[in-house]
Design a protein around this ligand. Structure first.
Ligand code: SAM
Length: 281
């Protein structure tokens, strides 16, 4: 155990950190939670300036965290930024009922009134009446498998201004590459994923490349960076997307080209969602 002071921010709720087991009962930092806290703080470093800009522009400050789990991210962002605001709302979307119940109880206990937790899948949340039309920020931190793609669907559907994704493992593309390997062998490009380990690694890499292109095709400026050093987490890629313009043909064409070249036509609907033709650049 070490002293928590260097990990703590001004005004942070000790009660929250204890409830999230980041601090022990006697107020020391819990070593097992240190990695999670580091990830969340690092992500918050990207989110905070955008929240300030949104606040100045008079935005509603609605944030949806998909695959929220125990809602570390939502609670810490609320505690550090939303707690003192008259407006703004953080929504956690999570399929595990017990986690949703626990987060709801904690939110009531702490008096974090502008937080809600929904027991629905990311995909179902797109139609949910419990979420407002206007969403400013979408986050998905290690949301499992295709939940990250569903979070992108949600963000595009709501025209979210900012999107933060730290993808988890996604097996869909690797599976499709594996299935199509024999058919694709004529192309020298197949060498990139011919060996099983390469199929998995390339599949994972390609998934994130296609996600970025999809966001760019919809007018987002995309930055890909590390969440924290690899010693802290193997799933370490942070994709930050900010809506800056209308649909972009170049990104859309490139996405399509890659899908065709590597024989992933069947995944059209996942990655190449039709974009509105007007205002295309
Ligand atoms: C690896 S945990 C990450 C939790 C949290 N975001 C974090 O980083 O601490 C992934 C969470 O996503 C939830 N999840 C997986 N697929 C989901 C889906 N399609 N819709 C909503 N939640 C989902 C799981 O139940 C799990 O709690």
């Amino acid at each position: 155990m070490t002293k928590p002071m260097e990990e703590m921010r001004d005004g942070q709720s000790i009660e929250l950190l204890k409830e999230l087991h980041i601090l022990t009962r006697d107020g020391k930092i819990n070593q097992d939670s240190r990695r999670k806290l580091k990830q969340v703080y690092h992500l918050y470093g990207f989110v905070e300036p955008l929240l300030k800009d949104l606040q100045q522009s008079g935005a509603d400050l609605n944030l949806v965290d998909h695959g929220a789990g125990k809602s570390y991210l939502g609670f810490i962002i609320y505690d550090l930024f939303y707690k003192s605001l008259p407006n703004g709302h953080i929504y956690g979307v999570e399929t595990r009922d017990e986690l949703v119940k626990k987060s709801s109880e904690l939110q009531k206990k702490l008096g974090f009134k502008n937080m809600s937790f929904l027991n629905v899948s990311v995909n179902e949340s797109i139609q949910s009446q419990k979420l407002p039309e206007n969403i400013d920020i979408v986050t998905a931190l290690h949301a499992c498998d295709t939940a990250t793609d569903d979070a992108i669907d949600f963000a595009l559907n709501r025209n979210a201004k900012h999107i933060f994704l730290v993808p988890c493992c996604q097996a869909e593309i690797a599976k499709a590459l594996r299935q199509n390997k024999a058919k694709q062998l004529a192309s020298p490009l197949t060498e990139i994923w011919r060996h099983p380990i390469h199929t998995r690694e390339f599949g994972s890499h390609l998934t994130n490349v296609l996600r970025c292109l999809r966001l760019e095709a919809h007018g987002y400026k995309v930055t890909v960076t590390e969440l924290v050093g690899l010693e802290h987490s193997m799933k370490n890629e942070l994709i930050v997307a900010t809506k800056i313009e209308g649909p972009r043909k170049r990104a859309s064409d490139r996405l399509q080209w890659i899908l065709n070249e590597v024989g992933l036509h069947d995944l059209q609907s996942r990655f190449a969602t039709p974009i509105i033709q007007e205002n295309i650049v």
